[in-house]
Design a protein around this ligand. Structure first.
Ligand code: HEM
Length: 412
């Protein structure tokens, strides 16, 4: 397939071919295909790296996002959700995606950057919001795709404004890094502190430039993706009252004030999150894979430098894997186990999403905290269409909901 200005692509939605690509990762360049994002996240971002540099960076960045470290973040995610949801008034409508974006931004600022109060915290939040909002509309994000719009004329051009914010953000992050270093990172469990103490096999730490670029990468990759998926989950759960009922039964089975990690293990809640990620991939495809030399995939021979686009959509809507794919049916994930090349919301191989465990934990804890404490309904029951928002695909209008008293909350 030929896409204007971007060269030719081979689009793949077949699980066997996807598996062949995942298991031959070293035969592809991947980071160089993300060059478009460089002006936003910086050239030291893991997303732009390949080969040894990429492997090293993953080893350094991985530990804070997995295992017991995640447990330490769980309480904080519940607290952030309670605090933001407590502002909902009866009868007042709100846009779910915006609220979820507030929650996921707060999660990143507190858990990743390690900031929860003080002057720097107050300065960084609005700055991050306006920085990420830059990619929120097709018009604004066109700047990223069209180099002639990338004119830095200070505050007089949109690009100049974005660059100004970015420089200021870098200054604030540098100040935070220096403060943490001066305090020797004592008693700190946020992701930035853990990144600063990580060492590679030669005993080398990440440079300050790497730290800052990776912080913005995590924000860029983790903020909108999680918020948008949560908005779709609220939409489907309230479109399907039996799903809501079953979730509430599962939450009740844990009794009063359950431990967050017990919530994260609930099977039906997990299936609801998986089904949401199946039906609504936030990214239509994975990072492009560019073959380094001639290669055989799916029984076909391809030249060197062929670009392969692995389509999450094509795969997740295959009738043979997901019967009635247009139907929201969490049970399919309880009835069957899908392999790593049949279900790919977080990609795969050596590029699998670094934050997938944090994203899933956040989704489950936000859903459980909100649905066990609040009665919500969709403002209207019309089907919601998918709309492009910069790099991502999101629900048109963001999903409008209203908080209501339990006895007049019929959403179906
Ligand atoms: C629902 C939420 C999320 C979805 C659907 C998602 C999806 C993805 C996908 C599809 C990829 C590309 C993988 C590939 O090409 O094989 C990716 C990469 C990545 N994601 Fe996520 N992501 C989510 C949340 C997060 C979060 C919360 C973080 C960070 C805390 C994060 C950090 C990253 C990074 C750093 C990469 C690049 C990995 C690399 O190049 O090695 N993502 N994600």
């Amino acid at each position: 397939m030929q896409l204007s200005g971007l060269g030719s692509y081979v689009i793949i939605g077949n699980p066997k071919a996807i598996q062949e690509i995942f298991t031959q990762d070293s035969k592809f360049d991947i980071g160089c295909g993300n060059k478009l994002a460089e002006s936003l996240i910086g050239r030291n971002s893991i997303m732009l790296m390949d080969g040894y540099r990429h492997q090293r960076e993953r080893k350094l960045l991985m530990p804070p996002f997995h295992g017991e470290k995640l447990q330490a973040y769980a309480e904080q995610i519940c607290l952030i959700t309670k605090q933001i949801a407590s502002q909902w008034q009866f009868g007042e409508s709100f846009v779910v995606r915006s609220v979820m974006q507030k929650i996921s931004l707060e999660v990143i600022v507190q858990i990743v950057f390690g900031l929860s109060e003080g002057e720097r915290y107050e300065q960084i939040k609005p700055l991050l919001t306006s920085w990420v909002d830059m990619t929120d509309s097709p018009l604004r994000s066109s700047m990223l795709f069209l180099p002639f719009l990338q004119q830095d004329r200070g505050k007089w051009t949109p690009w100049g404004r974005m660059k100004q914010r970015q420089r200021y953000l870098h200054q604030l992050l540098q100040a935070e890094i220096e403060e943490k270093r001066a305090m020797n990172n004592q008693g700190q469990f946020d992701v930035l502190s853990l990144m600063m103490t990580a060492r590679d096999e030669n005993g080398q730490a990440m440079t300050d430039e790497e730290l800052k670029d990776e912080l913005l990468t995590i924000l860029f990759a983790g903020h909108e993706t999680t918020a948008t998926t949560l908005a779709w989950a609220f939409y489907q759960i309230h479109q399907n009252s039996h799903v809501l009922k079953q979730l509430q039964q599962e939450f009740n089975s844990l009794g009063e004030n359950p431990q967050p990690m017990k919530i994260a293990q609930l099977p039906y809640l997990t299936a609801v999150c998986y089904e949401t990620l199946r039906m609504y991939p936030v990214l239509p495809g994975l990072f492009p894979r560019i073959s380094k030399s001639a290669i055989n995939i799916g029984g076909y021979q391809f030249d060197a430098h062929t670009t392969f686009m692995l389509s999450i959509y094509l795969l997740h809507y295959r009738e043979d894997l997901y019967p009635n794919p247009q139907e929201f049916k969490p049970e399919r994930f309880l009835e069957r186990q899908y392999s790593a090349s049949e279900y790919i919301p977080f990609g795969g191989g050596s590029r699998r999403c670094l934050g997938y465990a944090l994203a899933l934990l956040e989704m489950k804890l936000v859903l459980a905290t909100v649905l066990s404490n609040y009665q919500l309904a969709l403002v209207d029951n019309k089907p919601i269409r998918v709309q492009r928002r910069g790099f991502t695909l999101a629900p048109e209008g963001g999903v409008k909901m209203v908080r209501c008293e339990s006895n007049n909350c019929e959403s179906d």
